[in-house]
Ligand binder design. Structure first.
Ligand code: KG4
Ligand code: ZN
Length: 353
């Protein structure tokens, strides 16, 4: 079963080819991130326009990299939600058109479920990938942490999962992005906060950990505000100081200490919940997914606290990509799941798990 996966839910235009939900044949990602950097976040209209320009070159490159023609492709899988409406439309309409013109079955994929399936890729002839040697085993506890999502889910089997908890406000990646802005680090905030944190003291500032009614729910908006107030106090100002004046007034050491203290606490928050769920559900595997899964701090805290080893996938498969979409598409096809109608498949920007 060879599936071409298409992903365009945010600012990455991506296509990839995966065989049997295991073997990665190609993985092409074009990002419009540079175009958004000046604005400190993704501008939906710019993202949608970039997808239109990139989508067909990216799909063709995925075929070329895999040394395949359309004849080799058994099915197409595409992200139909959640995500930005204009961005999703480009991927879905392209996939629908290709499914009709190339006469291939079409599978509609939930982006967040897709992130989890990046962990099923264990083989590739492509250079530069560090992959787990074994696929995860059910029941799987999945921590999904990205710029748009913070979720904890228990997968009993393929297509049989329970959402244990999720963020009640901001996603953890979004908090990284906002903290980066407060202390004047470049977008995207995750990698730049992580890098700055290496020079700082994780215990310099005591930020509050949110207490929520839901045992497995998260909240990051209070933490984000605490970082802002701490930064204002650190320069001797009160809450009336506009945040855009902070980067120039904070010293490099203060920025590093704020980055380290924030990163440590934000990651500890999601690791605490993962540990609680691990104890309650006794999963055979634990996987992490989404852009924040690239965080070395997350990987370190998890491996220190979990009694079983966590197999991490390659950084390139943590952030948005087509390979995760193709992989879930393979499993849908191999398990006889419903195909989507290429004439009517609609986007679902607010799709939940
Ligand atoms: O999964 P993704 O590419 O897009 C969404 O579906 O949201 O995740 C992007 C998010 C951004 O918020 C980025 O700041 C964060 O992942 N991120 C990180 C790291 N690398 C990317 N966060 C923390 N540490 C990192 N090393
Ligand atoms: Zn994502």
């Amino acid at each position: 079963m060879i599936v071409l996966g298409i992903e365009s839910s945010c600012d990455e235009t991506a296509a990839a080819i995966v065989e049997d939900g295991r073997i990665l044949h190609s993985n092409i990602v074009a990002t419009s991130m540079d175009l958004h950097a000046a604005y400190g976040g993704v501008v939906p209209e710019i993202a949608a326009r970039s997808h239109i320009e990139a989508i067909m070159p990216v799909v063709n490159q995925a075929l070329t990299e895999a040394k395949m023609t359309w004849d080799a492709i058994d099915a197409i899988a595409v992200t139909y939600g959640a995500g930005l409406g204009g961005s999703l439309l480009v991927g879905v309409l392209s996939a629908r058109t290709l499914a009709i013109t190339k006469n291939k079955p079409l599978y509609a994929i939930n982006h967040v479920e897709g992130h989890v399936y990046a962990n099923f890729i264990t083989k590739t002839a492509l250079p530069g990938y560090v992959l787990p040697t074994k696929q995860p085993v059910f029941p799987i506890l999945a921590l999904i942490v990205s710029g748009g999502h913070s979720q904890l889910a228990l997968f009993r089997n393929h297509f049989d999962y329970t959402l244990l908890g999720q963020t009640q406000d901001d996603a953890i990646g979004e908090a990284f992005d906002k903290v980066a802005k407060i202390i004047g680090l470049p977008y995207p905030g995750g990698p730049s906060v992580s890098k700055k944190a290496l020079e700082g003291d994780a215990h310099a500032y005591a930020f509050p950990k949110a207490k929520l009614a839901g045992k497995y729910d998260f909240s990051f908006s209070g933490l984000k505000t605490a970082v802002l107030r701490t930064a204002q106090a650190a320069v001797g100002a009160d809450f009336t100081l506009p945040s855009h004046e902070l980067p120039a007034r904070l010293s490099e050491a203060q920025k590093a200490d704020i980055a380290a203290s924030f990163e440590h606490l934000a990651i500890e928050t999601v690791v605490d919940k993962t540990m609680l769920a691990f104890e309650e559900f006794e999963p055979k595997s634990v996987v992490i997914a989404g852009g924040v899964a690239a965080s070395s701090e997350l990987r370190q805290q998890l491996s220190e606290r979990l009694p079983i080893p966590v197999a991490y996938t390659d950084f390139k498969l943590c952030t948005d990509n087509g390979a995760m979409i193709a992989t879930l598409g393979c499993f849908k096809a191999m398990h006889g799941q419903f195909t989507a109608d290429p004439y009517t498949l609609d986007i679902a920007p607010n799709l939940s798990m």
